[in-house]
Design a binder for this molecule. Structure first.
Ligand code: FAD
Length: 281
Protein backbone atom coordinates (compact mmCIF):
# COMPACT_ATOMS: atom_id res chain seq x y z
CA UNK A 1 0.00 0.00 0.00
CA UNK A 2 1.14 3.57 -0.55
CA UNK A 3 1.52 5.72 2.59
CA UNK A 4 -0.44 8.94 3.02
CA UNK A 5 1.38 12.12 1.97
CA UNK A 6 3.97 13.51 4.35
CA UNK A 7 6.66 16.19 4.42
CA UNK A 8 10.31 15.25 4.75
CA UNK A 9 13.27 17.07 6.29
CA UNK A 10 16.90 15.93 6.67
CA UNK A 11 18.54 18.48 8.98
CA UNK A 12 22.31 18.44 9.48
CA UNK A 13 22.43 19.16 13.22
CA UNK A 14 20.69 17.91 16.34
CA UNK A 15 19.39 21.38 17.15
CA UNK A 16 17.91 21.70 13.66
CA UNK A 17 16.30 18.27 13.98
CA UNK A 18 14.75 19.22 17.33
CA UNK A 19 13.51 22.49 15.83
CA UNK A 20 11.99 20.65 12.86
CA UNK A 21 10.17 18.26 15.22
CA UNK A 22 8.93 21.19 17.34
CA UNK A 23 7.70 23.02 14.22
CA UNK A 24 6.01 19.85 12.96
CA UNK A 25 4.03 19.35 16.18
CA UNK A 26 2.69 16.06 17.58
CA UNK A 27 2.41 14.41 14.15
CA UNK A 28 6.08 14.88 13.28
CA UNK A 29 8.32 11.83 13.80
CA UNK A 30 12.03 11.12 13.71
CA UNK A 31 13.12 8.68 11.00
CA UNK A 32 16.13 6.41 11.64
CA UNK A 33 16.48 3.15 9.67
CA UNK A 34 12.82 3.30 8.63
CA UNK A 35 12.44 -0.48 8.98
CA UNK A 36 9.63 -0.24 11.52
CA UNK A 37 8.12 3.16 10.76
CA UNK A 38 7.85 2.87 6.96
CA UNK A 39 6.07 -0.51 7.01
CA UNK A 40 3.55 0.94 9.50
CA UNK A 41 3.02 3.94 7.22
CA UNK A 42 2.52 1.71 4.19
CA UNK A 43 -0.12 -0.22 6.14
CA UNK A 44 -1.61 3.16 7.14
CA UNK A 45 -1.25 2.23 10.81
CA UNK A 46 0.90 5.37 11.24
CA UNK A 47 0.42 8.64 9.41
CA UNK A 48 3.03 11.20 10.47
CA UNK A 49 2.71 14.50 8.62
CA UNK A 50 6.46 15.16 8.78
CA UNK A 51 9.44 12.78 8.87
CA UNK A 52 12.62 14.24 10.31
CA UNK A 53 15.42 12.03 8.97
CA UNK A 54 18.27 11.79 11.50
CA UNK A 55 20.84 10.34 9.09
CA UNK A 56 22.66 13.62 8.46
CA UNK A 57 22.88 14.55 12.15
CA UNK A 58 26.57 14.14 13.12
CA UNK A 59 27.76 12.14 16.13
CA UNK A 60 24.84 9.75 16.47
CA UNK A 61 26.78 6.64 15.40
CA UNK A 62 29.49 6.59 18.08
CA UNK A 63 30.59 3.42 19.84
CA UNK A 64 32.90 4.00 22.80
CA UNK A 65 33.90 2.30 26.01
CA UNK A 66 33.40 4.83 28.82
CA UNK A 67 33.24 4.57 32.64
CA UNK A 68 32.85 0.79 32.77
CA UNK A 69 30.24 0.68 30.06
CA UNK A 70 29.44 1.28 26.42
CA UNK A 71 28.20 4.53 24.94
CA UNK A 72 26.41 3.73 21.72
CA UNK A 73 25.04 6.37 19.36
CA UNK A 74 21.32 5.97 18.67
CA UNK A 75 21.89 5.73 14.93
CA UNK A 76 24.29 2.78 15.26
CA UNK A 77 22.94 0.11 13.00
CA UNK A 78 22.44 -3.46 14.07
CA UNK A 79 25.22 -4.36 11.61
CA UNK A 80 27.62 -2.02 13.45
CA UNK A 81 27.08 -3.96 16.68
CA UNK A 82 26.62 -7.57 15.62
CA UNK A 83 30.31 -8.28 15.04
CA UNK A 84 31.62 -6.49 18.13
CA UNK A 85 31.98 -9.51 20.45
CA UNK A 86 33.20 -7.22 23.25
CA UNK A 87 29.62 -5.91 23.49
CA UNK A 88 28.63 -9.29 24.95
CA UNK A 89 24.94 -10.06 24.92
CA UNK A 90 24.21 -6.98 22.82
CA UNK A 91 26.34 -8.31 19.95
CA UNK A 92 24.91 -11.82 20.33
CA UNK A 93 21.34 -10.54 20.22
CA UNK A 94 21.82 -8.03 17.43
CA UNK A 95 23.14 -10.81 15.20
CA UNK A 96 19.80 -12.63 15.67
CA UNK A 97 17.63 -9.74 14.45
CA UNK A 98 15.91 -10.57 11.15
CA UNK A 99 18.27 -10.85 8.17
CA UNK A 100 21.38 -8.95 7.11
CA UNK A 101 19.39 -6.51 4.98
CA UNK A 102 17.33 -5.42 7.99
CA UNK A 103 20.44 -5.31 10.18
CA UNK A 104 22.15 -3.07 7.63
CA UNK A 105 19.44 -0.40 8.07
CA UNK A 106 17.78 -0.85 11.47
CA UNK A 107 19.23 1.15 14.38
CA UNK A 108 19.48 0.54 18.11
CA UNK A 109 17.78 3.88 18.83
CA UNK A 110 14.91 3.12 16.47
CA UNK A 111 14.40 -0.30 17.98
CA UNK A 112 14.26 1.03 21.55
CA UNK A 113 12.16 4.11 20.69
CA UNK A 114 9.66 1.96 18.80
CA UNK A 115 8.96 -0.08 21.95
CA UNK A 116 7.69 -3.21 20.21
CA UNK A 117 7.62 -5.99 22.87
CA UNK A 118 8.55 -8.52 20.15
CA UNK A 119 11.78 -6.64 19.39
CA UNK A 120 14.94 -8.15 20.77
CA UNK A 121 16.96 -5.19 22.04
CA UNK A 122 14.47 -3.90 24.66
CA UNK A 123 14.92 -7.06 26.76
CA UNK A 124 18.69 -6.70 26.50
CA UNK A 125 18.54 -3.08 27.71
CA UNK A 126 16.31 -4.21 30.59
CA UNK A 127 18.59 -7.11 31.62
CA UNK A 128 21.78 -5.06 31.42
CA UNK A 129 20.06 -2.22 33.32
CA UNK A 130 21.14 0.22 30.64
CA UNK A 131 19.86 3.72 30.05
CA UNK A 132 18.99 5.93 27.11
CA UNK A 133 19.71 9.64 26.75
CA UNK A 134 17.08 11.80 25.09
CA UNK A 135 17.27 15.44 23.98
CA UNK A 136 14.26 17.70 23.73
CA UNK A 137 13.56 21.42 23.67
CA UNK A 138 13.64 21.39 27.52
CA UNK A 139 17.13 19.81 27.62
CA UNK A 140 18.69 16.39 28.06
CA UNK A 141 17.46 13.60 30.31
CA UNK A 142 18.42 10.04 30.98
CA UNK A 143 15.83 7.29 31.19
CA UNK A 144 16.57 3.96 32.89
CA UNK A 145 15.51 0.84 31.00
CA UNK A 146 13.02 -0.02 33.75
CA UNK A 147 11.20 3.30 33.11
CA UNK A 148 11.47 3.39 29.31
CA UNK A 149 8.94 0.80 28.17
CA UNK A 150 5.49 1.88 29.33
CA UNK A 151 3.06 -0.14 27.20
CA UNK A 152 2.66 -1.75 23.78
CA UNK A 153 4.75 0.43 21.43
CA UNK A 154 4.67 3.22 24.01
CA UNK A 155 7.83 4.54 25.63
CA UNK A 156 8.68 7.37 28.01
CA UNK A 157 10.21 9.31 25.09
CA UNK A 158 7.93 12.33 24.57
CA UNK A 159 6.89 13.71 21.16
CA UNK A 160 9.57 16.13 20.01
CA UNK A 161 12.37 14.30 21.86
CA UNK A 162 15.23 12.48 20.14
CA UNK A 163 16.99 9.48 21.61
CA UNK A 164 20.66 10.32 21.13
CA UNK A 165 22.58 7.54 22.85
CA UNK A 166 22.31 4.26 24.67
CA UNK A 167 24.47 3.36 27.67
CA UNK A 168 25.01 -0.25 28.59
CA UNK A 169 27.21 -1.46 31.49
CA UNK A 170 30.02 -3.69 30.19
CA UNK A 171 29.31 -6.42 32.80
CA UNK A 172 32.82 -7.81 32.41
CA UNK A 173 33.09 -11.35 33.71
CA UNK A 174 29.35 -12.06 33.41
CA UNK A 175 28.19 -14.94 31.25
CA UNK A 176 25.41 -14.17 28.79
CA UNK A 177 22.91 -15.82 26.49
CA UNK A 178 19.97 -14.72 24.35
CA UNK A 179 17.68 -17.62 23.44
CA UNK A 180 15.18 -16.73 20.72
CA UNK A 181 12.44 -19.05 19.49
CA UNK A 182 11.11 -18.45 15.99
CA UNK A 183 8.78 -20.42 13.77
CA UNK A 184 10.95 -19.70 10.72
CA UNK A 185 14.62 -18.68 10.59
CA UNK A 186 15.13 -14.90 10.85
CA UNK A 187 11.57 -14.29 12.10
CA UNK A 188 10.49 -12.13 15.02
CA UNK A 189 10.67 -13.86 18.41
CA UNK A 190 7.68 -15.92 19.44
CA UNK A 191 9.34 -15.63 22.83
CA UNK A 192 12.96 -14.90 23.70
CA UNK A 193 14.96 -14.78 26.92
CA UNK A 194 18.04 -12.77 27.84
CA UNK A 195 20.07 -14.19 30.74
CA UNK A 196 23.13 -12.73 32.45
CA UNK A 197 24.96 -14.62 35.19
CA UNK A 198 27.85 -13.64 37.44
CA UNK A 199 29.61 -16.45 39.31
CA UNK A 200 31.04 -16.12 42.82
CA UNK A 201 34.51 -17.55 43.60
CA UNK A 202 32.92 -20.73 44.93
CA UNK A 203 31.04 -21.21 41.63
CA UNK A 204 27.64 -20.25 42.99
CA UNK A 205 25.43 -17.55 41.48
CA UNK A 206 26.64 -14.14 42.72
CA UNK A 207 24.07 -12.27 40.65
CA UNK A 208 21.64 -12.94 37.81
CA UNK A 209 19.36 -11.02 35.48
CA UNK A 210 16.67 -12.48 33.27
CA UNK A 211 14.49 -10.52 30.84
CA UNK A 212 11.71 -11.77 28.57
CA UNK A 213 10.80 -10.72 25.02
CA UNK A 214 7.18 -10.90 23.79
CA UNK A 215 5.67 -12.11 27.06
CA UNK A 216 3.47 -9.02 27.57
CA UNK A 217 2.93 -5.50 26.31
CA UNK A 218 6.50 -4.56 27.32
CA UNK A 219 9.71 -6.50 27.90
CA UNK A 220 9.70 -7.96 31.42
CA UNK A 221 12.22 -8.88 34.10
CA UNK A 222 11.68 -12.43 35.42
CA UNK A 223 12.38 -11.44 39.03
CA UNK A 224 11.06 -14.70 40.52
CA UNK A 225 13.68 -16.64 38.54
CA UNK A 226 16.40 -14.23 39.63
CA UNK A 227 15.43 -14.55 43.31
CA UNK A 228 15.33 -18.34 43.05
CA UNK A 229 18.88 -18.49 41.69
CA UNK A 230 20.80 -15.68 43.41
CA UNK A 231 23.27 -17.14 45.94
CA UNK A 232 22.49 -20.73 44.90
CA UNK A 233 24.65 -23.32 43.09
CA UNK A 234 24.59 -23.08 39.31
CA UNK A 235 23.91 -26.77 38.72
CA UNK A 236 21.37 -28.06 36.21
CA UNK A 237 18.79 -28.96 38.84
CA UNK A 238 18.82 -25.56 40.58
CA UNK A 239 18.70 -23.77 37.23
CA UNK A 240 15.79 -25.93 36.04
CA UNK A 241 13.85 -25.26 39.26
CA UNK A 242 14.42 -21.50 38.99
CA UNK A 243 13.46 -21.48 35.30
CA UNK A 244 10.07 -23.03 36.16
CA UNK A 245 9.10 -19.58 37.50
CA UNK A 246 9.86 -17.73 34.27
CA UNK A 247 6.23 -17.10 33.36
CA UNK A 248 5.20 -15.95 36.84
CA UNK A 249 3.31 -12.66 36.69
CA UNK A 250 3.21 -12.57 32.87
CA UNK A 251 0.12 -12.24 30.68
CA UNK A 252 1.34 -12.93 27.15
CA UNK A 253 -1.20 -12.26 24.41
CA UNK A 254 -2.00 -15.14 22.07
CA UNK A 255 -1.26 -14.56 18.40
CA UNK A 256 -1.18 -16.42 15.09
CA UNK A 257 1.89 -18.37 16.15
CA UNK A 258 1.28 -19.26 19.77
CA UNK A 259 -1.35 -19.39 22.50
CA UNK A 260 -0.61 -17.73 25.87
CA UNK A 261 -0.02 -21.18 27.40
CA UNK A 262 2.47 -22.14 24.72
CA UNK A 263 4.33 -18.85 25.23
CA UNK A 264 4.52 -19.53 28.96
CA UNK A 265 5.93 -22.99 28.19
CA UNK A 266 8.48 -21.43 25.83
CA UNK A 267 9.50 -18.90 28.47
CA UNK A 268 10.29 -21.68 30.93
CA UNK A 269 12.23 -23.78 28.41
CA UNK A 270 14.17 -20.84 26.94
CA UNK A 271 14.99 -19.48 30.40
CA UNK A 272 16.48 -22.84 31.38
CA UNK A 273 18.55 -22.94 28.19
CA UNK A 274 19.67 -19.33 28.49
CA UNK A 275 20.65 -19.69 32.16
CA UNK A 276 22.62 -22.87 31.48
CA UNK A 277 24.55 -21.20 28.70
CA UNK A 278 25.10 -17.96 30.64
CA UNK A 279 26.29 -19.95 33.67
CA UNK A 280 28.97 -21.56 31.52
CA UNK A 281 30.43 -18.07 31.11
C1 FAD B 1 11.34 -7.80 7.83
C2 FAD B 1 11.72 -7.25 9.18
C3 FAD B 1 12.03 -8.11 10.20
C4 FAD B 1 12.40 -7.64 11.44
N1 FAD B 1 12.70 -8.53 12.43
C5 FAD B 1 13.11 -8.06 13.64
C6 FAD B 1 13.49 -8.97 14.67
O1 FAD B 1 13.52 -10.18 14.52
N2 FAD B 1 13.86 -8.45 15.87
C7 FAD B 1 13.89 -7.08 16.10
O2 FAD B 1 14.23 -6.67 17.19
N3 FAD B 1 13.54 -6.22 15.13
C8 FAD B 1 13.16 -6.67 13.91
N4 FAD B 1 12.82 -5.78 12.93
C9 FAD B 1 12.80 -4.34 13.26
C10 FAD B 1 14.14 -3.70 12.98
O3 FAD B 1 15.08 -4.07 13.96
C11 FAD B 1 13.91 -2.17 12.98
O4 FAD B 1 14.90 -1.62 12.22
C12 FAD B 1 13.88 -1.50 14.34
O5 FAD B 1 12.93 -2.00 15.19
C13 FAD B 1 13.54 -0.01 14.22
O6 FAD B 1 14.70 0.64 13.93
P1 FAD B 1 14.74 1.69 12.77
O7 FAD B 1 16.07 2.36 12.88
O8 FAD B 1 14.40 1.04 11.50
O9 FAD B 1 13.61 2.72 13.23
P2 FAD B 1 12.51 3.52 12.39
O10 FAD B 1 11.64 2.58 11.66
O11 FAD B 1 13.15 4.61 11.62
O12 FAD B 1 11.71 4.18 13.62
C14 FAD B 1 10.92 3.39 14.49
C15 FAD B 1 10.22 4.32 15.51
O13 FAD B 1 11.17 4.89 16.40
C16 FAD B 1 11.20 6.32 16.28
N5 FAD B 1 12.60 6.69 16.31
C17 FAD B 1 13.60 6.18 15.55
N6 FAD B 1 14.78 6.67 15.93
C18 FAD B 1 14.53 7.53 16.95
C19 FAD B 1 15.35 8.34 17.77
N7 FAD B 1 16.68 8.35 17.63
N8 FAD B 1 14.76 9.10 18.73
C20 FAD B 1 13.41 9.08 18.90
N9 FAD B 1 12.58 8.31 18.16
C21 FAD B 1 13.14 7.55 17.20
C22 FAD B 1 10.53 6.64 14.94
O14 FAD B 1 9.93 7.91 14.96
C23 FAD B 1 9.51 5.51 14.86
O15 FAD B 1 8.39 5.81 15.64
C24 FAD B 1 12.45 -6.23 11.67
C25 FAD B 1 12.12 -5.34 10.63
C26 FAD B 1 11.77 -5.85 9.39
C27 FAD B 1 11.45 -4.87 8.29
Amino acid sequence: MIPPEFDYAAPDSLDAALQALADGGEDAKPLAGGHSLLPLMRLRLAAPTLLVDLRRVPGLRALERENGGWRIGALSRHADLQRRAELGVLAETTALIADQQVRNRGTIGGSLAHGDPASDLPAVLLATEGTVTVRGSAGTREIAAADLFEDYMTTAIAPGEILTEVRVPALDGWGHAYEKFTRRAEDWAMVAVCALVSRADDGSCADVRVALTNMGSTPLRATAVEEALRGRPLDDETIARAAEQAAEGTAPPGDLNASPDYKRHLARVLTRRALRRAAEG
